[in-house]
Design a protein around this ligand. Structure first.
Ligand SMILES: [Fe+2]
Length: 299
């Protein structure tokens, strides 16, 4: 299997990195630290995606930190009209962007609106039917059946034939991790794969995911972008297909008896391994350790 990953330019000419016709990424300057269930905190490199529609308006997926230089680059490109959170984790900078671009409409992923009551969303994207504002230019597919834990909207820019994932597929550079994090990220399948945590929250709605996978395969993308990766995009229809095969091998249909046994195994793993370890790490690393450190820092 050959895969082709286009590197991120070392010295981009602007804050917007061109991917193809009318689609760019914004590469975050700093990593975000986040703790997935039952694991240490990892530094997450991340990126936003900007698509320019036919009327010159800009559609921004997962807006990241905005600064004056970036704003100038964006304003040269077009008018920011649509700010989209593709899942209930990538919403941190929606408010900042909304203040800078007060005329832009905010679109929530399923279940985000109750979490971000401080924001005024134009609507929640809850179906595979694109909104009239981008219908015919950007397709969308909800990955998940509204289980309340994690659903993600996958987008496909028709003109450039580019598919955009956020947390459904991740890839990291292991050299940026400690040795223990390299072990845990491998166990959590965070290299060119759907992370194990995302797989586990979808243990009961696999049929809906099989349908979603069929939809995004039928788009036949020429390139794929993911939010967390050391590279910019995967290029080439066959190579993107190979990338899907590897990333989504956990969704390969299996006989019912095997699915049942594996489902019981996944549920047991979640209840008796992941959740207790996560609770222990949160208790020790996030609650007890900071309290113990405070007095010594003051000395
Ligand atoms: Fe993410």
């Amino acid at each position: 299997m050959v895969q082709s990953f286009r590197p991120v330019p070392e010295r981009p000419e602007s804050g917007l990195v061109p991917v193809a016709s009318n689609i760019w990424t914004i590469e975050a300057k700093e990593s975000l630290c986040f703790r997935p269930p039952a694991q240490p905190r990892y530094p997450y490199t991340h990126r936003a995606v900007v698509i320019r529609l036919d009327d010159g308006s800009l559609f921004v997926i997962s807006p990241i930190q905005l600064n004056l230089d970036l704003r100038a680059d964006i304003d040269r490109l077009g008018t920011v009209k649509y700010l989209v959170s593709p899942n209930n984790l990538h919403h941190l900078h929606l408010g900042d962007w909304s203040q800078v671009y007060p005329d832009a409409k905010l679109y929530a992923s399923p279940r985000l609106a109750p979490k971000r009551k401080d924001l005024t969303f134009y609507t929640t994207l809850s179906t595979d039917k694109p909104e009239p504002e981008w219908d015919g230019q950007i397709d969308q597919c909800i990955f998940g059946s509204g289980n309340g834990w994690f659903d993600e909207i996958v987008f496909f820019h028709r003109e450039s034939r580019t598919i955009v994932f956020t947390d459904l597929i991740m890839d990291f550079d292991p050299s940026t991790f400690s040795s223990i994090s390299r072990v845990t990220t491998r166990w959590n399948q965070m290299y060119q794969h759907t992370p194990r945590g995302v797989q586990l929250v979808h243990m009961f709605d696999r049929i809906s995911l099989h349908d979603s996978l069929k939809i995004i395969r039928a788009w036949e993308p020429d390139r794929a972008i993911v939010a967390h990766s050391p590279w910019l995009c995967v290029e080439g229809k066959e190579r993107v297909g190979d990338f899907f095969n590897k990333a989504f091998d956990w969704l390969t249909p299996k006989p019912a008896i095997i699915e049942t046994v594996m489902g019981i195994g996944r549920l047991s793993t979640l209840l008796f391994l992941i959740l207790p370890i996560h609770a222990f790490i949160v208790l020790t690393a996030d609650i007890l350790y900071p309290k113990l450190r405070k007095p010594s820092q003051g000395q």
